[in-house]
Design a protein around this ligand. Structure first.
Ligand code: PAF
Length: 284
């Protein structure tokens, strides 16, 4: 694919472009990103390219989802490479707003999604989902997508966005795509580039522990405490943030598996905070 990629920097111009496409009867598929693209993003972009007339992605490192102590300044910014990767994946337009355009000095409106935002990542990042819900709302309002694509690796984020779209009648189809992994199981993440060689080896315990738990669940294990204890033992070599077995839709903790669940983990490995998860649905 060799077509040029268009770049738009302001919400007004983005929205005018989107309205013109819709007026011409075209559908818009949207992939929001913070750049530093990897194969996980590419799979979302390819799905948007094959599932819509106008595949659009955004690149914006969103300050409101980082606490002052987190890696906002260090977050990898690889814009030129991201443009090329997006173009190759079939994206035809990049929306890359400026921070001052998104959040002028007197900015004062935030979106809070209750319940599904609680627990898991909120335990150590209480600011995170408010920042995500706010920026995704702003991006949706500019891009006007028919469909938006998110990765299962950020499963709680997907649940928050789905709930927000439902509760606020946004009328956008949210498509959750499977986690893309390295051949050895490590979930792809922009933050994997913070890992030293030794940390990268230690980081494998997250996916390994999850896959072992999945085997136990397939084998009939239904007790959350035993499943979580097993994962905890498997992750002894990293600094665990949380291990949680929750309802796959509401993110509420479960004691016994009775329906679809999410087994999610987060851990600090060297300089990186990594998350990973699997979903499991018991046979009826
Ligand atoms: O998943 C991400 O990269 C970000 O949280 C998102 C959805 C682009 C919002 O900044």
């Amino acid at each position: 694919m060799n077509q040029e990629i268009k770049i738009i920097r302001s919400a007004g111009e983005m929205r005018a472009w989107a309205l013109a496409q819709k007026g011409a009867g075209k559908t818009i598929g949207f992939v929001p990103t913070m750049g530093a693209l990897h194969e996980g993003h590419i799979s979302l972009m390819q799905a948007a390219a094959s599932g819509s007339d106008c595949p659009v992605a955004s690149i914006f490192v969103n300050p409101t989802q980082f606490a002052p102590t987190e890696d906002f300044d260090a977050y990898p910014r690889t814009f030129e490479r991201d443009l090329e990767m997006s173009r190759e994946a079939g994206i035809t337009l990049i929306y890359a707003p400026t921070a001052s355009g998104m959040y002028p000095a007197d900015y004062s409106t935030y979106v809070t999604v209750e319940q599904v935002s609680e627990g898991l990542c909120s335990l150590t990042r209480p600011h995170f989902f408010r920042g995500v819900a706010t920026v995704v709302t702003k991006l949706f309002n500019a891009v006007l997508p028919d469909k938006a694509y998110f990765g299962q690796k950020d499963a709680q984020q997907c649940a928050v966005i789905k709930r927000m779209v439902r509760d606020l009648d946004m009328g956008i189809e949210i498509i959750e795509m499977p986690t893309v992994r390295e051949p050895d199981g490590l979930a792809m993440s922009s933050r994997n580039r913070y890992l030293s060689e030794a940390d990268r080896v230690r980081a494998l315990c997250l996916s390994r522990a999850l896959f072992e738990a999945e085997e136990r669940m397939r084998g009939g294990e239904r007790c959350a405490a035993r499943i979580v204890a097993g994962v905890c033992a498997g992750m002894a070599e990293v600094e665990i943030d949380y291990i949680a077995l929750v309802d796959a839709e509401t993110m509420a903790l479960v004691d016994e598996i009775e329906g679809p669940v999410l087994l999610a983990v987060a851990a600090k490995v060297g300089a990186a905070r990594l998350i990973d998860n699997i979903k499991f649905t018991p046979n009826p």
